[in-house]
Ligand binder design. Structure first.
Ligand SMILES: [Zn+2]
Length: 448
């Protein structure tokens, strides 16, 4: 990217001085060498470890055998010896993570509840200090992807249901952080794809925020019915794993680009898709993100490991080395010139892996898009129920013939070990989870 273009839109119009300062700092730091970023990140991590140890019951206990951490003494070995924090600990010992004494310098606190993809609620407390960084990073996201604050922004996602069971469309303005401007409208992801497309044609937005699986279905529907969304410039994804080949199909069918970010309520925004390379840039200024292999060592470029994440600014509820249970592949240095390290792929959760009898895990590489080419289907979901069985739930467009079933089986088998038997079930609908996430493969073997 040409550095002269990096302000988009012009940040001089941002009124909030505190956020503006962070935006400017982030605008500079993204171009720093990775060594400089890593050194400053380590300083912040040291400060944060000491802070968590001093101010929370959970970490004062967990880190009781450690002396005060310093830049010089905090080796990689010591970092890797700090046990991960798991979601179930956040759920069961929630108040032990919240700082003992609220420090007013960090602003008011807010409690958020997240249902999570498995439907178990989790409460997370954030303060204004951390939220300010989130706002600045949202600004960075739109700068990177050159959003125009005056244009229309639509989202299709899980919306709260009214008492009578209906979902109300939400209309508003000023969707762009800190800069007043364009209209925003939210629609429910639970309405059929045909209605979603009709609604989008009526609203005619420039940007659309939705889940990867929903975006994929929209692209397929518009292609099949030869429809267009004339104003649409970009689809923004969140909350789900990227669908393979989706960026190319968005360009080809709708003539729009694709953006994505990896974030969660617990850790904030961890990585953002580079507008130029298709790699995900780790948001190093605010997130200490580790990729750890099953032997406990750090994954190198091209290797896959578990994501272990520390948000470096939430002083209301520090969570150190959070095992979010997602996996990713470490990427190379990005060609765009930014020093922020990269992830090539974010693959999703361990429960989205196939589990073998010998204890090995495999990532199923099937693509619902390819299956669709073989047999027309609305939706598909694969669920591993035993070591040898995967149930294939299908919402077909037409009634499946025996020939269709054989063809589908053969296509799916190209991506699975042959000893797995595939049991095809025809269903009328595959609902999303409460959080809105759709998993195209899930392992339901309990020991996982
Ligand atoms: Zn890049």
């Amino acid at each position: 990217m040409n550095k002269s273009h990096r302000f988009w839109p012009d940040t001089a119009t941002v009124k909030n001085k505190a956020v503006y300062k962070i935006i400017q700092a982030l605008d500079d730091s993204q171009w720093w060498q990775k060594e400089r970023l890593a050194a400053l990140q380590k300083q912040q991590f040291v400060m944060f470890l000491n802070y968590a140890k001093k101010n929370t019951r959970y970490y004062s206990n967990l880190l009781k055998d450690h002396q005060t951490f310093t830049d010089d003494t905090l080796t990689d070995e010591i970092i890797r010896s700090i046990p991960y924090t798991y979601k179930k600990e956040l759920q069961l010992q929630n108040t032990d993570f919240i700082v003992n004494q609220h420090d007013s310098r960090f602003g008011d606190t807010n409690e958020y509840s997240t249902s999570g993809s498995v439907g178990t609620p989790l409460n997370v407390t954030w303060n204004q200090y951390a939220n300010t960084y989130t706002l600045a990073k949202t600004f960075r996201y739109h700068q990177w992807h050159r959003s125009d604050p005056q244009k229309k922004f639509c989202s299709i996602r899980v919306l709260p249901t009214e008492d009578d069971g209906t979902v109300k469309i939400i209309r508003g303005r000023n969707w762009y952080p800190l800069i007043p401007g364009g209209e925003s409208v939210s629609q429910s992801a639970s309405i059929p794809i045909s209605e979603q497309v009709a609604w989008l044609q009526k609203e005619n937005p420039s940007y659309l925020l939705t889940y990867a699986s929903n975006a994929n279905a929209l692209v397929e529907y518009t292609r099949k019915n030869n429809l267009s969304l004339p104003a649409l410039e970009r689809i923004d994804l969140y909350g789900e794993t990227m669908v393979e080949g989706l960026a190319e199909r968005c360009k080809e069918v709708l003539g729009c680009s694709l953006a994505d970010k990896y974030s969660s309520r617990e850790m904030g925004e961890g990585a953002t898709l580079c507008p130029e390379s298709g790699l995900y840039h780790i948001q190093s200024e605010t997130t200490y993100l580790e990729v750890i292999k099953s032997d406990g060592s750090r994954a190198k470029e091209g290797e896959v490991g578990e994501l272990i994440i520390t948000n470096l600014h939430n002083t209301a509820m520090p969570i150190i080395r959070y095992a979010i249970e997602d996996y990713a592949e470490v990427g190379p240095q990005c060609s765009c010139g930014r020093g922020l390290p990269t992830l090539r792929k974010i693959m999703g959760r361990s429960r989205n892996m196939l589990m073998m009898k010998n204890g090995e895990h495999l990532w199923p590489r099937f693509s619902s898009h390819n299956l669709h080419k073989v047999v027309p289907i609305h939706q598909i979901q694969l669920i591993q129920t035993t070591f040898d069985t995967v149930v294939v739930k299908i919402v077909p467009i037409n009634t499946l013939s025996e020939f269709d079933k054989v063809t589908l089986r053969e296509e799916i088998w190209t991506k699975f070990p042959k000893e797995i038997s595939l049991e095809i079930q025809t269903v009328t609908e595959i609902p999303r989870s409460k959080s809105g996430k759709f998993e195209d493969f899930r392992c339901d073997i309990l020991s996982l």
